[in-house]
Design a protein around this ligand. Structure first.
Ligand SMILES: Nc1ncnc2c1ncn2[C@@H]1O[C@H](COP(=O)(O)OP(=O)(O)O)[C@@H](O)[C@H]1O
Ligand SMILES: [Mg+2]
Length: 272
């Protein structure tokens, strides 16, 4: 675990306070690539059990924000907290522990092509001590049922549609029993019907498991379905809205325009 009694420098290695109300916090985070400022004094919090949707046009820093949480990118200044601990200066080894409790669902699914759907979902359970074969079967069945992939358990990922593959990837992420889940654009590159279906599945997971979640999307239908809170990124700045309604009724012309365009042209977002 991250909590390591032998750490002497309290300022650098804050001990995790598992009762912290905020599971994630960005505090005045700045990040630039060369001269290009991507995050400009970004601050927001995600409460334990809350689903936060990060919205904004392509290239505003949505994926970059998630990469800071997982330690794949480091802030130039500002602090990032996870589960009560300041992780800003965590080592790579400490971030690999973070990645066990905070799981990212990748767009591509990243499934093992030579393993069946059942084996893919069961994979993270294999090195869990104390789980019997019956436990594993029961848990995989529960996840497969929740994500409506039970008919595909004996198939290989290559035999599945993009949407089904993504549902299997989500089931596998949940099999790790993470404390929090990050979704990066879960509804891009699938047709609108499958996008709506993915949204319904993620909503069902939200209701069934109540995991702290961050969903990065430009898809307003998905955001409306899932968001307890919206963080809107634009020109490096984050504006926080406490609900979808507050976001939708914003009088900011840029947000108004963003909402209108996305409804007219769904799935337009492409990150190069
Ligand atoms: N590793 C990197 N090196 C240089 N620039 C990067 C890197 N990662 C992201 N960027 C730039 O940061 C900006 C935000 O990217 P990203 O967060 O991926 O956008 P999006 O909001 O579409 O997810 C983009 O201009 C992108 O080119
Ligand atoms: Mg992105």
């Amino acid at each position: 675990m991250i909590e390591n009694e032998s750490q002497s420098d309290e300022n650098v290695f804050s001990v995790s306070d598992s009762k912290a109300e905020n599971y994630f916090e960005f505090r005045d985070v700045n990040k630039a690539f060369d001269e290009h400022t991507v995050l400009n004094h970004v601050s927001f919090t995600v409460k334990r059990g809350e689903t936060c949707v990060i919205m904004g046009r392509s290239g505003v820093g949505k994926s970059v924000s998630l990469k800071h949480i997982l330690g794949f990118l480091r802030a130039d200044s500002g602090r990032i907290f996870i589960d009560g601990a300041d992780v800003t200066d965590y080592s790579e080894a400490q971030f690999s522990e973070i990645r066990k409790k905070v799981t990212m669902v990748f767009q591509s699914g990243a499934l093992f092509d030579s393993l069946t759907v059942f084996e893919n979902i069961a994979f993270p359970l294999e090195d869990q001590p104390g789980l019997t074969e019956e436990d594993v079967n029961a848990y995989v069945d529960k996840l497969a049922h929740t994500l409506e992939v039970e008919d595909a358990l004996d198939k290989l990922p290559g035999e599945l549609s993009t949407g089904l593959r993504r549902a299997v990837a989500i089931a596998r992420a949940l099999a790790q029993n993470p404390e929090a889940i990050l979704y990066d654009e879960p509804t891009t590159m699938v047709d609108p019907i499958m996008a709506a279906h993915m949204g319904d599945l993620i909503l069902r997971l939200k209701q069934a498991f109540r995991k702290t979640s961050i969903v990065v999307t430009h898809d307003t239908h998905l955001a409306k379905k899932l968001a307890d809170k919206i963080v809107f990124l634009q020109d490096g700045k984050a504006t926080v809205f406490p609900s979808w309604d507050a976001f939708e009724s914003s009088t900011d012309p840029f947000i108004h325009n963003f909402l209108l365009q996305d409804q007219l042209i769904p799935a337009m977002d492409v990150t190069l």
